[in-house]
Design a protein around this ligand. Sequence first.
Ligand code: HEM
Length: 395
Amino acid sequence: MPVHYDPFSDQAMRDPFPLYAAMRAEGGPHFMPEYNAWALTRFQDVWDASMHHEADVTWTAGALPTQLFLGEPIPHAFTTMDAPAHRKWRGVVRRDYTPEGARAHEARFRALTREVLAPLLAQGGFDAYRDYANRVFCLNSGHNLGLPMEDAITWRALIDEIVHREPGQKGSSPRNQSAAAELGGYLFAYVSRIRRDPSLASGHTAAYMNAEIDGERLDDVGLVNILMNFLILGSETTPMVCAGALHYLEQHPEQKAAVLADLSLVPRLFLETARFDQPTNMLGRRAVRDFTVGGAQIKAGQVLLYIYASACRDEAEFERADAFDIFRTHHRDLIYGAGGHKCLGMHLATMGGVILLEEFMRAAPDYRVELANCERAYGEHLSGFLRVPVGFAPL
Ligand code: HEM
């Protein structure tokens, strides 16, 4: 039976893993005639396209399925630039995101985590995504960007609204668009404040406001696009992995006992969760010339979806790929993508995710996850848990 895959179908938005397995079994990239596009679902194909065909595709046509398939707007930022400009604009804040750069933020991040966790511990229960991990990462993104911390709750609610999808929804709804416009308005007001008084600018905002590359400086729209990107990319994915880690451990009591007995296993837990339930799900590019990947002849102009969540479950790369096993060895992975656009925040994500899990598990080792009340994201892009209630004896 041929597979029919549409990233906007209810099945793909609800639980795409059976579709991914069926497409991998086809033995090569899956063609989607209605979009003149290819879905890359096998590890090797995503790897080869990322590592060997960077010059054959463009990021300027957008990276989200809604941009590539439905023509939704593509905010101009380094995430949607090609080399060499991409490298230069990404490089403005690169130092904060190297392994050493991430480590330099470790003590502050841990202190922030403890500050958020302390009142939650007294309650005896909370939602590991919303009340804890997402809150810490939003506050941290605000700090990195230089935004007023007291506004974190406002922008977090708006990001939730931007990514929210209703069953049957294809593309952004008026609800999503009005939240994006409101977040844009908030950021424009902030940018105009710091333009009037540059001494108010700090963090990434100051770095990008002062950057001049090849004689070009960012205007207000360019600056807002960068801030919006960092705010969204920096606050959703890692918390989903943290929440997912608690969910999957609860389903595997022997692994839970092992981690609680030895918290040095937490980095393994974080990475295995990110492999097992890769949160960005997919990103796309458009081919600018003909090339071959995984035996498929890609034509200039066609779209390629790099389906990371599928590649991370490929049996050809990972033994017992559908088993959650924190003790597995990763030889190579695509959790954070690969190639020149590989996730800028990967060291921050891993460090922060590990700290969040360690701090909670150390403080409340008797915790239980309410598996029946966990909820997953619904949509074509982000994938993972958005609600993971935990309970424990109040501290
Ligand atoms: C577990 C958490 C995360 C995962 C799984 C993840 C995954 C990814 C993936 C797959 C890409 C695309 C790579 C490509 O196009 O080849 C990406 C890009 C990016 N990520 Fe992450 N990410 C995570 C957390 C973060 C965090 C915390 C930040 C905070 C700054 C961040 C910032 C970015 C940025 C700025 C890009 C665009 C890079 C570019 O275009 O050059 N990510 N991420």
